[in-house]
Design a protein around this ligand. Structure first.
Ligand code: RP5
Length: 163
């Protein structure tokens, strides 16, 4: 695989079933990525190292998914000025609302672009949108994906009216 442009980090291996969906979208879009576990609380040094080294390594966007007291995306954003997209994950007794608030409520100056609870796919599409500013091939792939979605929904609408 070529040099990763997107870094996907998650707090635990239990987050993988949701977070791998971000990887699937990036693969479809032809965007090379790296995926790993790194926790703000359980692996703070590794998280800081990943974040500080990311720009030098050629990473252009970071996606971070975590559940419960989800500080991973925020901590990453505190160590880098690269765009950070946070995915609050549904785990624990509060069903992801805790993670949503922990991820979205960042102090001014250290933003995290937060998607929906378990919104790993949209995190990847947003990463592609950011990359499309610089890479026209990614912009074209996003356009054709939207067109496919449009056509498929119009088809379904036609079928529904026929029934
Ligand atoms: C968070 O705690 C992780 O991101 C995960 O969503 C949640 C539970 O982690 P495990 O106990 O399953 O490792 O840090």
């Amino acid at each position: 695989m070529s040099k990763p442009m997107v870094l996907i980090l998650m707090g635990s291996d239990s987050d993988l079933p949701v977070m791998e969906k971000a990887g699937e979208v990036l693969k479809e879009m032809g965007v090379p990525y790296e995926l790993d576990i790194s926790s703000a609380h359980r692996l703070p040094e590794k998280t800081a190292e990943y974040s500080k080294a990311a720009r030098e390594r050629g990473i252009e966007v970071i996606i971070a998914g975590a559940g419960m007291a989800a500080h991973l995306a925020g901590v990453i954003a505190s160590h880098t000025t690269l765009p950070v997209i946070g995915v609050p994950l549904k785990s624990g007794t509060l069903n992801g609302v805790d993670a949503l608030y922990s991820t979205v409520q960042m102090p001014p100056g250290i933003p995290v672009a937060t998607v929906a609870i378990d919104g790993a796919k949209n995190a990847a599409y947003l990463a592609c949108s950011i990359l499309s500013i610089k890479y026209s091939d990614i912009a074209e792939k996003l356009e054709s994906f939207r067109e496919k979605t449009r056509q498929s929904l119009l088809e379904k609408s036609k079928e529904l009216k026929k029934a």
